[in-house]
Structure formats: structure tokens, C-alpha cells
Design a protein around this ligand. Structure first.
Ligand SMILES: NC(=O)c1ccc[n+]([C@@H]2O[C@H](COP(=O)([O-])OP(=O)(O)OC[C@H]3O[C@@H](n4cnc5c(N)ncnc54)[C@H](OP(=O)(O)O)[C@@H]3O)[C@@H](O)[C@H]2O)c1
Length: 240
């Protein structure tokens, strides 16, 4: 979608991940200045190079979502305000998932970590960015979600519970923000060949999963003006 995000500022979390990296490059290609949030600087630099090769100069924002506090997100929002004066898009791709584990045998800290990174941190970051998203005529927060039917089944633990909670959060938050507020949307994707998926399925037996790049255009579309119809709703995109 050339030009769909021209002169827009888009923050991508999990920018070093399978989908996050592909989506960040696709957003840059569509004209956006992407702010790449991740916890590994060397990997962020590689995504920076790929995005810079096709679009405006990106920005890096190293942050570990597990340890970040609301003050850290306020600080990030202040930096974005100083640099861009607003935020046009926030794409939540960061996700914590250790692997399929029975709840009874899940390490309590792992359970809390998954819920924190996959739900609370996403919300804290969104909350800090709401005033900046409200300053944009496009302002959208997009939560990338996994299949609720599969991930509310056995062994998906905190990651699965966070999928269901985010689906509720999207409707709840949009109802509170109203029609004039920033747009809150979900993007539910099919299985992708990424590190996360590999922790649940053996790669050589996983015939369903698609390369994450196949879903990058759907991220751009939902962040762009074409995504307006998905205000307060979850868009489901199956593999091509
Ligand atoms: N893969 C699938 O089959 C599938 C299907 C449907 C939906 N999804 C959704 O797609 C999105 C992206 O997942 P993916 O498949 O691309 O997974 P991925 O390749 O494992 O990427 C996850 C990203 O989250 C980052 N992350 C995890 N914990 C973090 C923390 N504490 N602080 C900062 N960053 C952290 C990882 O950073 P590091 O690189 O440092 O580890 C990585 O960049 C997720 O919302 C997931 O629910 C995935």
C-alpha cells in the first residue's frame, strides 16, 4: 500500500520478532516513520537497516516490557511528543510465550510474566499513548491477537488468557473513548512461522504456519485510513 502511511509516525512493539519486523518494514515502505521498540539492540539495528532501505529514517526505542513501569511509558510518550507532536499508530506485536504447559505445572512467575507482557504492558503503553493518538486524525492502537478458540484451550496458560482479555479490552476501551477518540482495533491472524509458534509446534510438522511477511500488509491496512471501519472491532485475517 504505497503512501498509505505517508508522513505518519507509527510505534511498533516486538519489532525484533517475526511479525513485528515484517510489519515495521511494511509500514516504512508505506511512508511511515517507524519507532522500533524491542529489548535487543543488535536485532533492532537489523530491522532499522531493513526499514531505512525502503522508507523514512526509523527511530529505535530499546525497552524491556517485563520491567517497564508506567513512568517508563510516560517517558516514551514524552519523547514521541517531542519528536512528532502526535502518534498516528501503535502496533502491539510484542508477545511473551514460553511454550505449552499445564496450568498446574506452570511456574507462578512465568504465568505472571505472560499476563504482564501480553496484557498489562500492552495496556500501560496504550494508556500512556492515548493523548498522543488523540492528536492525530488517524490515531489507532492495533492489538495483534492469536486465535481465541485455540489459545483458550488446554496448555496455552497466561498467553491464551491474555488473548481473551485483550479482545474484551478493545471493545471496552473503544466504548469509553467514543467515536471521536482514538481508534482501538484488534488484528487476529492465522498461524505464522515465528519463534513464538515454534515454542508450541515442531517446525517440521507445522504445515499450517505461513511466513509472517504475508500478514504485514494487513497490519499496514489496519493502521491506515482503510482500517477506520474496524473501530472497536477485531479484524480476522486468514492466510492468503
Ligand atoms: N506466530 C503465530 O502463529 C501467531 C498467530 C497469531 C497471532 N500471533 C501474534 O502475533 C504477534 C507477534 O508474534 P510473533 O509470532 O511475531 O512472535 P515472535 O517472533 O516470538 O515475536 C515476539 C516479539 O515480542 C518481543 N518480546 C517478548 N517479550 C518482550 C519483552 N519483555 N520486552 C520487549 N519485547 C518483548 C520479542 O522480543 P525478542 O526478539 O527480544 O525475543 C519479539 O520481538 C503476537 O501478538 C502474537 O500473539 C502470532
Amino acid at each position: 500500500m504505497p503512501g498509505a502511511l505517508q508522513d505518519r509516525a507509527v510505534l511498533v512493539t516486538g519489532a525484533t520478532g517475526g511479525l513485528g519486523a515484517a510489519a515495521a518494514v511494511a509500514c516504512a515502505e508505506a511512508g511511515a516513520t517507524v519507532v522500533l521498540l524491542g529489548r535487543r539492540v543488535a536485532a533492532l539495528n537489523r530491522v532499522y537497516d531493513a526499514a531505512r532501505a525502503v522508507g523514512p529514517e526509523p527511530a529505535l526505542y530499546p525497552l524491556d516490557l517485563e520491567g517497564a513501569s508506567p513512568d517508563d511509558y510516560d517517558q516514551l510518550a514524552q519523547v514521541l511528543e517531542r519528536e512528532f507532536g502526535r502518534l498516528d499508530g501503535l502496533l502491539h506485536c510484542a508477545a511473551e510465550f514460553k511454550g505449552l504447559t499445564p496450568l498446574a505445572h506452570t511456574d507462578p512467575a512465568d504465568f505472571a510474566r505472560a499476563l504482564h507482557v501480553d496484557l498489562t504492558a500492552r495496556w500501560w503503553l496504550t494508556q500512556a499513548c492515548l493523548p498522543l493518538l488523540a492528536k492525530s486524525d488517524l490515531g489507532a492502537a492495533v492489538f495483534v491477537l492469536d486465535d481465541p478458540a485455540r489459545t483458550s484451550g488446554a496448555f496455552w496458560g497466561g498467553y491464551g488468557l491474555a488473548q481473551a482479555a485483550q479482545a474484551a479490552l478493545i471493545g471496552m476501551l473503544q466504548a469509553e473513548l467514543g467515536e471521536a477518540g482514538p481508534r482501538i482495533s484488534g488484528l487476529r491472524l492465522g498461524p505464522m512461522r515465528t519463534g513464538l509458534r515454534a515454542r508450541a509446534y515442531q517446525a517440521n510438522a507445522d504445515t499450517e504456519a505461513r511466513p509472517p511477511g504475508e500478514y504485514a500488509a494487513a497490519c499496514v491496512e489496519l493502521l491506515s485510513a482503510a482500517g477506520m471501519a474496524w473501530r472497536g472491532r477485531v479484524r480476522e485475517v486468514a492466510a492468503a
